[in-house]
Design a protein around this ligand. Structure first.
Ligand SMILES: Nc1ncnc2c1ncn2[C@@H]1O[C@H](COP(=O)(O)OP(=O)(O)OP(=O)(O)O)[C@@H](O)[C@H]1O
Ligand SMILES: [Mg+2]
Length: 322
């Protein structure tokens, strides 16, 4: 549905987006992840036709966003990073204005506004000026305006920013529900959000794509193998060989341990196997005292940190202040 091919976008000489390619399938919810300044907002602005790309191309449902910008814009609902709301207007007046801009026929406007207001839970706020709404409700107005013309594609730049935990859950549920019939690309810094909402994740860092896959695939690809740390008391020197004989165990490394008669092992296992119960049974059988056993699987959060570690040179304060 969304096809991005070798996209480059410069601000002056600075490549904010540097040769990014990925696709978003129809009905997919894609999480667009990256630290501050990674290029997420810039990419979204090119997708939505706000900026032309410097190089590469983007198509929405087969149409080029630069060549057919009016048509592609009509297919997209966009929640920008800083929702530009008209604060003097009431929620209803604002949505009515958007409906006019989006050229929704007069006869359909009320129905569309009513539907979006229900979907986003704004029923009791319709007559209130936007300036008097809390941040979370303004965010909902932003979402309602993005969806008003029933677009096929939703581009949401940090849709849950500024929301309280209850609202975050509601908006996530809403996005998941929308994702059943729409193609959604949403940016976020929040890892649990991706796991809770997204079918697929693209991670960018300093304008470059560093990972693309389902949350599970990324965990598999970057975690290596799950590792079990085992501590036992009273095990003989050949305990490692016995552990290695257990199905699913791939390697066993003995670690230094200063406590007398305590042995510690790092046991790497296959990505899908968890031989902890067999290890426990072996300990019981052999009469070793089990002091500790933990299994570590790399979290999406630590994958994200590994992939997006800062390697920019820091500018000294003196230089900026001078
Ligand atoms: N209008 C602009 N002029 C010059 N540089 C810009 C402009 N907008 C963004 N940049 C730079 O481009 C890079 C990417 O910015 P962008 O806003 O796309 O990042 P982001 O991933 O959305 O970050 P955040 O998570 O903080 O929203 C940053 O280094 C930023 O400073
Ligand atoms: Mg941004």
């Amino acid at each position: 549905m969304i096809h991005i091919e070798h996209l480059k976008k410069y601000y002056g000489n600075f490549p904010a987006v540097d040769d990014i390619s990925f696709d978003v399938a129809r009905g997919e919810i894609l999480g667009f992840l990256g630290p501050n300044g990674a290029g997420k907002t810039t990419t979204m602005k090119v997708i939505t036709g706000f900026y032309p790309p410097n190089e590469g191309r983007i198509t929405i449902d087969g149409r080029d966003v630069t060549e057919e910008s009016l048509k592609t814009r009509a297919m997209i609902g966009y929640l920008p990073e800083n929702t530009p709301l008209y604060h003097d207007l009431t929620v209803y007046e604002y949505l009515k204005h958007i409906a006019d801009v989006r050229q929704i026929p007069n006869g359909e406007q009320k129905h569309r506004i009513r539907t979006m207001v229900e979907v986003t839970g704004l029923q009791h706020r319709l007559g209130q000026p936007i300036s008097k709404l809390s941040k979370g409700f303004r965010q909902r107005v932003g979402l309602a305006q993005a969806m008003l013309h029933d677009p096929k594609v939703l581009v949401l730049d940090e849709p849950t920013i500024g929301l309280d935990p209850n609202q975050i859950v509601e908006i996530r549920d809403l996005i998941r529900k929308l994702g059943e019939e729409k193609t959604v690309i949403l940016s976020t810094h929040i890892l649990p959000e991706v796991q809770a909402t997204c079918d697929r994740v693209v991670i960018i860092h300093q304008g470059k794509l560093v990972a693309d896959g389902t949350p599970e695939q990324l965990q598999h690809r970057f975690q290596g193998r799950p590792v079990i740390t085992l501590q036992v008391h009273g095990a003989p020197d050949d305990a490692g060989e016995k552990l290695l004989a257990i199905a699913g165990v791939e390697t066993v490394d003995r670690e230094q341990n200063s406590e007398a008669n305590v042995k510690q092992f790092q046991i790497a296992t296959g990505t899908t196997s968890d031989p902890r119960s067999d290890i426990f049974r072996l300990c019981v059988q052999q009469g070793w005292t089990l002091l500790g056993m933990t299994r570590r699987v790399e979290s999406l959060e630590s994958i994200f940190r590994q992939l997006t570690r800062r390697d920019e040179p820091a500018v000294p304060v003196e230089e900026v202040a001078a």
